[in-house]
Design a protein around this ligand. Sequence first.
Ligand SMILES: Cc1cc2nc3c(=O)[nH]c(=O)nc-3n(C[C@H](O)[C@H](O)[C@H](O)COP(=O)(O)O)c2cc1C
Length: 376
Amino acid sequence: MPTRRHVLEVLAAAAPLAACGPPSGPDPVAAWRNPGAGETDPRRWALAHAILAPNPHNRQPWLVDLPGRDEIVLHVDRTRLLPATDPPNRQIVLGCGAFLEVLAIAAAQRGLRADVTPWPQGEPQPVLDDRPVAHVRLAADASVRPDPLFAQILRRHTNRQPFDLKRPPAEAELAAITAAASAPLTAGSVTDAARRARLIAVGGEGFRIEGATTATHMESVRLMRIGREEIARHRDGIALEGPMIDGLAALGLMSHKTLADPKSFASRSGEDMWLKMLAATPAFVWLRGPDNGRATQLAAGRAYARMQLTATAQGLSLHPWSMTLQEFPEMAGPYRETQALLDASPAAPLQMLVRAGRAKPAGPAPRRGLAEHIRA
Ligand SMILES: Cc1cc2nc3c(=O)[nH]c(=O)nc-3n(C[C@H](O)[C@H](O)[C@H](O)COP(=O)(O)O)c2cc1C
């Protein structure tokens, strides 16, 4: 096993070489440039924005039908679920809610009101089935005003960095973020040292449990895209890129095989990095609803999109830390403790737990492009 120092020295030499050369495959972030340009159907224009919504593990499971002239029917691509980390498909539904909210914000920009009917054929339980998630009708409405959050859609990115502990978010900034969640959802923030320390400790335990549980760990490892070629080929999942990653990959130290081994250099360095990032959390924000029904989960996803866009408008970054909200059996202890810490319960659980703070802006995550989401 090479020492970390030795690896870093070799990388310093190898990384610039590994990082150069022409990009291969489709541009993974093309969807972020001028979305919907040239589209004449306003539904497609709004959808080109909706696919930029936050969603768990960047699975982008959204499939749409476009019947008639003004309707959109949203389905979930069930080959893109996360059965190990998200057994009830709750987080996937939140990602659908975020998609619907960005869709509605984009529609308003064109003077269109999005009338959303959630679960038009009933709520699937205990897991999703083939029934649609939502029916949307875009209606011309002279009273619809552009939403100021539209300007944040292209600037919003999940930011996985240590946040600046010396410049924590101000109470007024956190209040604006939590106010973006409207009734019946409730949102709040945690800044006091004692509860913050507890959330960091339990969040770290959750991270370790997810990594030590083969099914959940391997689900994430399979979705890691290592280096530019894999990222361009899949344009989804967890993108690992940059000179450091390219250098480690070139040395054989970063691969799906090394990541699968919790004792490898890549896994241990990854754990170090994530736990340091978690420790550098000046504030958490959380979101919960009155129950855990599918309609509440969808509304929570819509609220989370608004919260993150509001944070972006204020120059703040958000980063969900979802491990301890996950419903697989090995996580039961940290799940219970996290719910109790924030006065939630399994019947009306937390839907999101999110790091909040300031950091260098993050770049865009890959997207597969609108064509991949429209059913023939
Ligand atoms: C319900 C939900 C749960 C999420 N949980 C996590 C998480 O635990 N860790 C993380 O790093 N990102 C998490 N994210 C963020 C997604 O990974 C991110 O939205 C996705 O990779 C796309 O990147 P973007 O938000 O920068 O466009 C979550 C997002 C949603 C909607």
